[in-house]
Ligand binder design. Sequence first.
Ligand code: SF4
Ligand code: SF4
Length: 282
Amino acid sequence: MVIVVASGKGGTGKTTFASNLALYLARKQHLCFMDLDVEEPNAHIFLKPEATSQYAVNKSIPEVDLQKCTFCGQCADLCEYNALAVIENDVMVFPELCHSCGVCQYFCPEDAISERDYEIGHIKVAELANIRFLEGNLNVGEITVPEVIHQVKDNIVKDGGIYLLDAPPGSSCSVVESVKGTDFCILVTEPTPFGLSDLALMVGVLKKLSVPAGIVINQYQEGQTIIDDYALKEDIPILARIPFDRQIAELYSTGIPFIEALDIYDDIFSGIIPQIEELLAK
Ligand code: SF4
Ligand code: SF4
């Protein structure tokens, strides 16, 4: 089962929830946790992986053989992303802009273009007690976020286990890449008009991708029904309500997962997977 934890905006407690859920589940079973917030991964603050290994994430970019090239300029004209510039006796490649579409290579009349690997990031891997931890990292200055996310997700295998994915915040293309192909999405939100607005954007994305969802309301206070009303209207189940609790905020500020210090919240996490299984069975 591949479960992605997402939020329409940053600051809703998405990673806090995902990390605490992972630690709770790991008490009884092995799972794989993937931090897909590749521009600013931070789940490691709570999960504290040690002895990480890492491998590079590459994309293909063109390499021009200047002995064959006639500097006709077709490749630069055809490139949708302005990743090529043909100047007198040279073809400049801008790797950051290249989307590895292969069009320039395909249409070069002199067969002067080949491909080479270009590193855009890396993936850290670590084994914690009962958790296989993977963290995607995009190199500074690179923009092809979805490619790094895609390569982290390549580690998902159909082995019957649980994969818990921590998506980037927002509802952009990187979130779409994180969510597509998953079995279920947990949407973490806060009971405010801003939280509702961004939640609604994510619900729209999930409908387009046909991924079922449930909502977790973070920093919940009695009487705040703004998210409940929306969930009822959209027929999306509320999986859990995490109360507004100063102790959680204090633990967060020191990088301590609250599930490890406050066992009163075990009940919240124990119900998540059974509810998802029931929803998927329907
Ligand atoms: S299309 Fe081929 S021959 Fe023409 S400028 Fe580009 S690399 Fe050179
Ligand atoms: S592979 Fe595609 S995006 Fe990259 S330089 Fe060639 S045409 Fe442009």
